[in-house]
Design a protein around this ligand. Structure first.
Ligand code: HEC
Length: 156
């Protein structure tokens, strides 16, 4: 009888020690656990990812020159958009005007175009209460090309 009790006590002791070891290792594991940060790398073309905004298209050097020519010579009376200032907004002018050649002539001397009886010129002149547009005889055709390139870059 006493023998059995002793054996039981030993078995219990061993069990306790085993439990203690398990407990301590468990605790040590829990303390030392550092979760890896979860990194989700988006797959290209993944429809769940918001599309990256396209970088605003930079103006090429010619259009940049056109922009400063426009600001210095035309912006007092024209917007590069749709708004009327003194004259009409010049967005989409390349498509609207009769031709490139017409634009050169108009910008060099709009009064001469109106006086020649040109239909489009007279129509726009009358629409804007016969306010004559300032003449720019010193603007080279390539300066006008640059201005038009800048205006084309505004869309329309
Ligand atoms: C003093 C004001 C003034 C300035 C400066 C001016 N414009 Fe004008 N522009 C007008 C007016 C007003 C009209 C409308 C037609 C008219 O009344 O002769 C016009 C019309 C035009 C048109 C025809 C628009 C259309 O819808 O068909 C073009 C193109 C144009 N201007 C280009 C230019 C450019 C390029 C410059 C700069 C180099 C310029 N203008 C500077 C007043 C001006």
């Amino acid at each position: 009888m006493e023998e059995t009790i002793k054996k039981l006590q030993i078995a219990l002791g061993v069990l306790l020690i085993a439990l203690l070891v398990v407990f301590i290792t468990g605790a040590a594991l829990i303390i030392s656990y550092k979760p890896e940060p979860v990194v989700i790398t988006p797959k290209p073309g993944d429809p769940t990812q918001p599309p990256k905004p396209a970088a605003p298209a930079a103006l090429d050097p010619v259009a940049q020159k056109g922009e400063s020519l426009f600001k210095n010579n035309c912006a007092a009376c024209h917007s590069a958009g749709d708004d009327v200032v003194v004259g009409p907004g010049l967005k989409g002018i390349s498509k609207r005007a009769p031709s490139k050649d017409w634009l050169y002539k108009w910008i060099h001397n709009s009064s001469a175009v109106v006086a020649s009886g040109d239909a489009y010129g007279n129509q726009i002149f009358n629409k804007f209460n016969k306010i004559p547009m300032q003449s720019f005889p010193d603007l080279a055709n390539e300066d006008i090309d640059a201005i038009l390139k800048y205006l084309d870059a505004q869309g329309g």
